[in-house]
Design a protein around this ligand. Structure first.
Ligand code: GLY
Length: 357
């Protein structure tokens, strides 16, 4: 079965005809120049395969940035805008983002703003970018440690997914991406949650099927609500606290930074506990979710003062309205309520639950 979603913009092709769709897009667009944005890791581990698999005969120029979330900044964008200008990029140039979430988020933003917007194509190479970051058109950068505060929503022309790139990933990066797949289980259905528990990146066929199922879940939500006025907030499940935890750890020089998925995994445990307290999410299911997540993600500890600092960071969440921090919570798998207020006391109680689980 062909794994493809064809849209006017933001079509998604996974394996099968994916590389042919890239060539067709290039043939149609006839870009004056093609730039490929990579980071130091994807330059080494993915770019050679990209050259072989894409088979593109058009001359490419690579642009390399340093790897990691700390480089997802406006300074990196300024550098890239300058490089594009110096290399003679014009409005009919194409930027191909070959990398994980940092490369696709940042590259999408650079392309969307350079000369008021040039075409870009995402080729996600991490699990996280395949199932989440590369799809739905959210592009942007962090503001200091605050996640994704600056950006635009603009779909790539195309998303080309080849799961062969997963072989290049360190284990912790696979686990980080798995957090977003688990999120899709929680927000979609108990059936999908049960299915994703069997995720094993070494089982190629099942991995490909799960990735495609997650993409379909994300795509159906972003198609209904591209600008996140309502249901798209569901894709932020666990992210309100998760982003604050990620920002907090980025800020603390003496703490190990967490990969995005690790922070989101903690956020999902906390948010599901809060859901059981406020919306009667079944306690047994909630306990099982906590244990399943803890089987995959190392437990971290946070002092009361640190939790207060994390709560302080919630004020920057992009879903806030009029200074109020608003969560998306679950009544059950796939049954949600957006714009929910949560007291600081309950957040502390949720952290206690996490530490004692
Ligand atoms: N990653 C959440 C979203 O795309 O809305």
């Amino acid at each position: 079965m062909e794994k493809q979603i064809v849209k006017q913009r933001g079509s998604i092709y996974c394996n099968g005809s994916a590389w042919a769709s890239l060539q067709t897009a290039i043939d149609t667009l006839k870009p004056t120049k093609i730039f490929v944005l990579v980071d130091a890791n994807t330059q080494e581990h993915c770019f050679p395969s990209f050259l072989r698999l894409s088979g593109t005969s058009t001359l490419l120029e690579t642009i390399t940035i340093a790897a990691g979330e700390v480089n997802k900044t406006i300074e990196t964008c300024t550098h890239l805008w300058n490089v594009l200008a110096k290399k003679g990029a014009d409005r009919n140039s194409l930027l191909i983002n070959l990398g994980g979430g940092v490369v696709t988020d940042l590259g999408g933003f650079v392309a969307s703003t350079f000369k008021r917007g040039i075409e870009f194509i995402n080729i996600p190479t991490s699990l996280l970018a395949m199932v989440d970051a590369s799809i739905g058109g959210k592009n942007g950068v962090d503001l200091g440690v605050l996640k994704n505060q600056i950006g635009v929503i603009n779909n790539p022309l195309l998303v080309v997914i080849d799961t062969c790139f997963l072989k290049t990933l360190p284990e912790e990066e696979v686990t980080s991406g798995y957090a977003e797949i688990l999120k899709h289980g929680l927000i979609d259905s108990e059936t999908y949650w049960n299915l994703v528990q069997g995720f094993d990146v070494n089982n190629i066929q099942s991995t490909e099927n799960i990735i495609w199922e997650s993409i379909k879940i994300k795509n159906s939500i972003v198609t209904k609500d591209p600008n996140e006025l309502g249901i798209r907030k569901l894709l932020n499940y666990g992210h309100t606290l998760g982003h604050a935890i990620e920002s907090f750890c980025l800020e603390q020089k003496d703490r190990a930074t967490l990969l995005h998925g690790e922070a989101i995994a903690i956020g999902m445990i906390l948010t599901t506990f809060i859901s059981s307290e406020l919306l009667n999410f079944d306690n047994n299911k909630q306990a099982a979710i906590t244990q399943l997540i803890l089987n995959h993600f190392k437990k971290r500890s946070f002092s009361t003062l640190e939790i207060d600092a994390i709560i302080g960071l919630l004020q920057f969440d992009k879903k806030n309205r009029g200074g109020e921090v608003l969560f998306v919570l679950l009544e059950d798998f796939g049954v949600f309520k957006i714009n929910q207020k949560v007291s600081n006391d309950l957040i502390h109680k949720a952290f206690l639950h996490y530490q004692n689980s």
